[in-house]
Design a protein around this ligand. Structure first.
Ligand SMILES: Cc1cc2nc3c(=O)[nH]c(=O)nc-3n(C[C@H](O)[C@H](O)[C@H](O)COP(=O)(O)OP(=O)(O)OC[C@H]3O[C@@H](n4cnc5c(N)ncnc54)[C@H](O)[C@@H]3O)c2cc1C
Length: 405
């Protein structure tokens, strides 16, 4: 979010400084690489709530809570967001962003000279039992998938997958219109290089705090220096809440942690799109740097120790499926920045007029990075953004009393 926005702001001719410790903690460096334009329905939903017992980690699923005291107040807001009428509004808002996501990706990869980093080959989703296939088919048929299209997987494809797994998947579907980023670290390096080449400055440091005087925000860095600017954009993923709260913004952001394992030695075909093994809530993606299996929704705190049982479970899934990998995988954990209504926060602060924000993109931050950057640039340039921003305003979490004040 930060790197893409900085690039777009610099393209407007604005003197732009990106402050990031570049310590490798970004969720953007280890996600599943999936441009998930099909995920129009926010996860704050009753169908998601009903699935909790089935998805609970202790019962073999992918859902866990590691910080109950942080989770409970967040969950209260989540329940409100899941109400039928709020869910419908959320789907409309998310859909309006996702509609622009893939075109924005094409523009960004073209503008940084690396159209090859985007592969528009869709993705597959498979089931391993008749029962889950029948439930899954019905659920996807009823779901709003935006501009993505679904087709049954032909027998020939299921047969060919059998060559990669112990057992033939029982059934599956193919999504078209979705895409994949083929190399996340190359993407990050390319964005940084394009930003610098355009004249942008990168300060490898951390913003310690924000302050405001007379409605103008200032950033204070850990090295003791201070940055003043006509526009300050907070796009710090899960680290954004602390900075926004410095100025009194109520930002109920939670770290929704996910895990991956990645093998450099594998026999996964290069032409195969990402595959979701839905019964295991696991997505397998072939990147330039290896074959990756990712899963888990662990509500916790960003700095909390990882739970090694999650990596062990991932390894067990990969073994049970018989995926063609060899040797020791590298293990990674990252934090999805998630607000209780599963909508991002994109907008301008009502407290400091030079303060803008773009964070909270939950499971869809890779998908929505380029369109968010275009929105940020449009707002900074005084143009009407391509998407109405009212549903993404942070003031949705403020009390009526605070809003009136
Ligand atoms: C396992 C997993 C799989 C996922 N799969 C997908 C997927 O397939 N598709 C998809 O669209 N999304 C996916 N996501 C979600 C996606 O990765 C995130 O939504 C996205 O990376 C968030 O981007 P961001 O820029 O907001 O945050 P980050 O990528 O976390 O970046 C935040 C940056 O801010 C910096 N920062 C933090 N605090 C400060 C500070 N105080 N001062 C300066 N800098 C600071 C950090 O160093 C970091 O570089 C997945 C996430 C996980 C965990």
């Amino acid at each position: 979010m930060g790197a893409a926005s900085a690039f777009r702001l610099r393209q407007l001719g604005l003197e732009t400084t990106l402050v990031d410790p570049c310590d490798g903690s970004a969720a953007s460096l280890g996600n599943a690489g999936h441009i998930a334009i099909e995920q129009v329905e926010p996860l704050a939903s009753w169908s998601n709530i009903r699935s909790v017992p089935r998805r609970w980690f202790g019962r073999g699923g992918a859902l866990d809570v590691r910080a109950p005291l942080v989770f409970l107040p967040w969950a209260r807001r989540f329940l409100t967001a899941a109400r039928k009428e709020n869910f419908a509004l959320g789907a409309e808002a998310l859909g309006s962003l996702l509609l622009h996501a893939l075109p924005a990706w094409r523009r960004l990869t073209k503008d940084v000279g690396r159209a090859d980093l985007l592969s528009e080959s869709g993705h597959l989703l498979v089931w391993e039992s008749e029962q889950t296939a029948s439930l899954g088919r019905a659920a996807w048929a009823a779901a709003d998938t935006g501009t993505a299209r679904i087709q049954p997987l032909p027998d020939a494809t299921l047969d060919s997958l059998w060559g990669l797994t112990h057992n033939r998947p029982v059934d599956g579907i193919r999504f078209s219109g979705t895409a994949q980023v083929t190399d996340l670290s190359e993407l990050a390096d390319t964005l940084e290089a394009a930003f610098r080449a355009a004249g942008g400055e990168l300060i490898p440091s951390r913003v310690e705090s924000l302050s405001q005087k007379d409605g103008v925000a200032t950033a204070h860095l850990t090295d003791g220096s201070t940055l003043s600017a006509d526009i300050i954009l907070v796009a710090a993923g899960v680290g954004s809440a602390r900075l926004m709260s410095d100025l009194g913004h109520n930002t109920p952001l939670i770290a929704e942690r996910g895990y991956h394992l990645r093998w450099t030695d594998h026999d996964w075909p290069s032409e195969l799109s990402p595959i979701v093994f839905e019964d295991r809530s696991m997505i397998v993606t072939r990147f330039a740097g290896g074959l990756q299996a990712a899963s888990f929704v662990e509500f916790g705190k960003a700095g909390q120790k990882p739970d090694p049982r999650k990596w062990a479970r991932l390894a067990a899934h990969v073994k049970a499926l018989g995926l063609p990998v060899r040797g020791e995988p590298s293990a990674w954990i990252g934090c999805r920045p998630t607000l209780p209504d599963y909508l991002p926060a994109i907008g301008q602060s009502g407290v400091a007029r030079n303060l803008f924000y773009a964070f909270g993109h939950q499971h869809l931050g890779l998908t929505l990075g380029p369109i968010t950057a275009e929105i940020v640039a449009a707002v900074a340039d005084g143009r009407t953004p391509p998407v109405a921003l009212q549903p993404f305003d942070l003031n949705r979490f403020e009390s009526r009393k605070a809003k009136r004040a």
